[in-house]
Design a protein around this ligand. Structure first.
Ligand SMILES: CC(C)(COP(=O)(O)OP(=O)(O)OC[C@H]1O[C@@H](n2cnc3c(N)ncnc32)[C@H](O)[C@@H]1OP(=O)(O)O)[C@@H](O)C(=O)NCCC(=O)NCCS
Length: 169
């Protein structure tokens, strides 16, 4: 499986592996570091504390089922589909300067559609109970709360009755 470029209103989801060749790699790394040091990102994701510029460059060299969310050539966040013992999960974060515009809802819908096109049945989303913004995003796309523990577990599956995507694996 390989991710492909996806367009959403106001931004492009760019395959992560494309970033390494970007002319703006230095600016992207600075923005990535800044975004990772944002208090909400630190609180609600597993990004390391004291996230350095070197860590940003190293992360940018990595490969995964991950997209960079780019708007006007600026790094605005990322979204990633991961294999999980329960199937597949999706994780996401937006830089502070890109929040409050509905970007993640659109990015999540696009990434999920890509996943369903690959034959992935449902995506798991795990969210801290205090992370109201992320819960609202999950609920807005139609994900269902299936378990309440230390984290809230949502399942995001294609809407019932949706036409199966062509070319699914
Ligand atoms: C979660 C996140 C991706 C949402 O980004 P976004 O698309 O900009 O979301 P918005 O700011 O538009 O917020 C979505 C909704 O939550 C609401 N909201 C935002 N912050 C909130 C808060 N602190 N408390 C209550 N509601 C909040 C918004 O008003 C909006 O509500 P609406 O849909 O009814 O208008 C972003 O805040 C983020 O990256 N946070 C840090 C990292 C993170 O939490 N990642 C997810 C881990 S599970």
């Amino acid at each position: 499986m390989q991710v492909e470029t996806l367009e959403i209103p106001g931004a492009t989801l760019m395959p992560w592996s494309n970033l390494a060749q970007s002319e703006n790699l230095d600016d992207i790394a600075v923005d990535l570091q800044r975004s990772c040091m944002d208090p909400a990102t630190q609180e609600f994701t597993t990004v390391p504390k004291n996230y350095t510029l070197n860590m940003a460059f190293e992360f940018l060299r990595g490969d995964a089922l991950r997209w960079a969310i780019m708007a006007n050539d600026r790094y605005c966040g990322n979204i990633e589909v991961r294999e999980d013992p329960r199937g597949y999960s999706v994780g996401y974060n937006l830089a502070p300067w890109a929040r409050g515009k509905g970007l993640m809802r659109a990015a999540l819908e696009a990434a999920a559609q890509w996943a369903w096109n690959q034959g992935i049945a449902c995506l798991i989303i795990e969210i801290a109970p205090a992370n109201v913004a992320s819960q609202k995003v999950a609920e807005a796309v139609g994900a269902k709360l299936v378990e309440k523990g230390e984290l809230l577990t949502y399942e995001y599956c294609p809407a019932r009755g949706a036409t199966p995507a062509a070319g699914g694996a």
